[in-house]
Design a protein around this ligand. Structure first.
Ligand SMILES: Cc1cc2nc3c(=O)[nH]c(=O)nc-3n(C[C@H](O)[C@H](O)[C@H](O)COP(=O)(O)OP(=O)(O)OC[C@H]3O[C@@H](n4cnc5c(N)ncnc54)[C@H](O)[C@@H]3O)c2cc1C
Length: 135
């Protein structure tokens, strides 16, 4: 579902939400499904929009890591950023996702770190940075 509008009552206070069902289009974006618009009553809305990428603060700028086109920290196939010896895993590199991906990426990145430090390539790599959920 996607919220399209917060609707106020005569007193100017929130009264209801307008919603529409969505589906992914060919480009991977969510597109509204015609005929699925509806309204539900609402008195209070809490916006919890924490999924806007890693904070572009001192840590990232001091390190000098490159960002990808979505604003996440770019990394190579072994989770290393453009800065040698600096690795990125989980939401920082993948973007907002799920705990299972963060765990799998953490393990895979650890294998990348181990290979970088020791020159051997023996630890399991559960997921590649480019792997995506099976649709
Ligand atoms: C509201 C909300 C609900 C969610 N619900 C679910 C759910 O139901 N199921 C699910 O699977 N996933 C859920 N997720 C997603 C899940 O929490 C993340 O995908 C996962 O936590 C990512 O793990 P991570 O280790 O990559 O990053 P994080 O868990 O964000 O860990 C990053 C850590 O780095 C620390 N940090 C940041 N900057 C610095 C710094 N400069 N120096 C030192 N430390 C620093 C942070 O304090 C944090 O502890 C939810 C996320 C949110 C925000």
């Amino acid at each position: 579902m996607s919220t399209t509008e917060f609707v106020a009552g005569p007193d100017g206070k929130l009264e209801k939400l307008r919603l529409v069902e969505v589906k992914r289009d060919d480009t991977g974006r969510f597109a509204p499904i015609e005929g699925t618009e509806r309204e539900i009553p609402a008195q209070l809305v809490l916006l919890a929009m924490g999924f806007v990428g890693p904070e572009k603060g001192k840590l990232l700028t001091d390190l000098g890591v490159d960002l990808d086109e979505r604003g996440n920290v770019a990394r190579d196939g072994r989770y290393m950023t453009n800065v040698e010896g600096v690795f990125s895993a989980g939401d920082m590199g993948r973007g907002q996702s799920l705990v299972v991906w963060a765990i799998a990426e953490g393990r895979a990145a650890a294998a990348g770190v181990d290979a970088y430090l020791t020159g051997r390539d023996v630890l399991p790599v559960p997921v590649a940075p480019t792997d995506r959920p099976i649709a």
